[in-house]
Design a protein around this ligand. Structure first.
Ligand code: 13P
Length: 304
C-alpha cells in the first residue's frame, strides 16, 4: 500500500481504537512521522504512564512496551513487531541478579530501563540514560549494584561519590564503536562537535565532546553553536536531529551504529498492529508490582 494511504489507515484506526502511537528516537522515518510522541526511554515511559487512552502502540523494543504495560496495566499495550527485542536487556536474568545481590549484601540495586520486568522487580529503582546520575545520587545506600550496562555504569561512577558495582552487559550496537572512529571523524570534520551515547565504551565517551542520552542529544543540538555534529548513537537519531535543526550538518560516527531490532517496526506493521490488536504485551501481576515500584520510584526523582 502506498505510504500516504497507509498513514491515513493508521490515523483512522488510531482514532477508532482510542490509541496513541509512541515511537523511540531510533525508529525509521515513516514510523516517526506517524507517531503522536517521539522521545527517549524516559520521556516515553512518562507519557505511557499518563496518556488518557485505551491503547498504546509502542514503536520501539520489547522492554519499552513492557515498561508501558507495567505502568499502565489497565491499557492495552501493543508491540507492532513481536521480535523487536534488546540484546542488552537479555544479558541479565532475575536468577543471576538474585545471586549477585547475595554477593553484595547491603548494596542498593539500580536497573537500567533496558531490562526485563522480572529484573526490574528484583531492583530498588530504575534509571534511564537521561537520569542515571540523579537517580543514583538520590539513593540512601553508598554502594549500588548497576545492571545490566557496564558502560553506563562506568559513566555514572565518574559522576557520583557512590561505589558502583557493575554488571557486565553492554549494548551490542554502541559497544562496536572505538576511539579510532572518533579520530577518523575528527580528521574528516575538524570543526564538528562529537556527541556519543553513554552506552559507548569509556574510552569513546572520554574522546567525545559530550555523552548524552537521545533526549539530551536533542537538547544539545537545539542550543549548540557548532555547525556540524558527529553523532555516536543509533542511526535513526539522525532523522530526528535533522528535523530539529535542518540548518546543521549531521554525520553518523560509525556505519556500525544500526540496531536491527529498532528497524523491524514499519508503518505497515503499525497499521496491522492496530487492526488486529497485536502483539499484546502483558506482565504477570506478581512481577508487575515490584517492577512498577522500581519504575515509579525513578519517575519521582526530581531532574535538575
Ligand atoms: P535513550 O534512553 O537515550 O533514548 O536510549 C535508549 C536506548 O535503548 C539506547 O540504546
Amino acid at each position: 500500500m502506498a505510504i500516504m494511504t497507509l498513514q491515513e489507515k493508521v490515523a483512522r484506526l488510531k482514532s477508532e481504537r482510542n490509541a496513541v502511537i509512541l515511537a523511540h528516537n531510533y525508529q525509521i522515518e515513516e514510523v516517526q512521522d506517524a507517531a503522536d510522541y517521539i522521545g527517549d526511554s524516559f520521556e516515553l515511559s512518562r507519557i505511557a504512564a499518563e496518556a488518557a487512552v485505551e491503547v498504546i502502540v509502542f514503536c520501539g523494543v520489547h522492554f519499552m512496551a513492557e515498561s508501558a504495560a507495567i505502568l499502565s496495566p489497565a491499557k492495552t499495550v501493543l508491540l507492532p513487531e513481536k521480535a523487536a527485542g534488546c540484546p542488552l536487556a537479555d544479558m541479565v536474568t532475575p536468577e543471576a541478579l538474585r545471586a549477585f545481590k547475595q554477593k553484595h549484601p547491603g548494596a542498593a540495586v539500580a536497573a537500567y530501563i533496558n531490562s526485563s520486568a522480572a529484573v526490574k522487580a528484583e531492583s530498588d529503582i530504575c534509571v534511564t540514560s537521561a537520569n542515571a546520575v540523579q537517580v543514583i545520587n538520590s539513593l540512601d545506600a553508598d554502594r549500588v549494584i548497576f545492571v545490566p550496562d557496564c558502560n553506563l555504569a562506568h559513566f555514572v561512577s565518574q559522576k557520583t561519590q557512590k561505589e558502583i558495582i557493575p554488571w557486565h552487559g553492554y549494548c551490542v550496537t554502541h559497544h562496536r564503536v572505538y576511539p579510532a572512529d572518533i579520530e577518523r571523524a575528527r580528521r574528516a570534520h575538524p570543526d564538528a562537535a562529537v556527541i556519543v551515547h553513554p552506552e559507548c565504551r569509556p574510552e569513546v565517551v572520554e574522546a567525545a565532546d559530550a555523552a548524552l542520552g537521545t533526549g539530551g542529544m536533542l537538547r544539545f543540538v537545539r542550543e549548540t553553536e557548532a555547525r556540524e555534529i558527529v553523532v555516536g548513537t543509533e542511526m535513526g537519531m539522525l532523522y530526528r536531529l535533522r528535523k530539529e535543526r535542518p540548518d546543521l550538518r549531521f554525520y553518523l560516527l560509525s556505519p556500525g551504529l544500526v540496531c536491527p531490532n529498532m528497524k523491524y517496526t514499519t508503518l505497515e506493521k503499525v497499521a496491522s498492529s492496530l487492526e488486529h490488536m497485536e502483539h499484546r504485551v502483558t506482565v504477570p501481576a506478581a512481577v508487575r508490582e515490584g517492577a512498577a515500584r522500581a519504575l515509579r520510584r525513578m519517575l519521582e526523582v526530581p531532574l535538575h
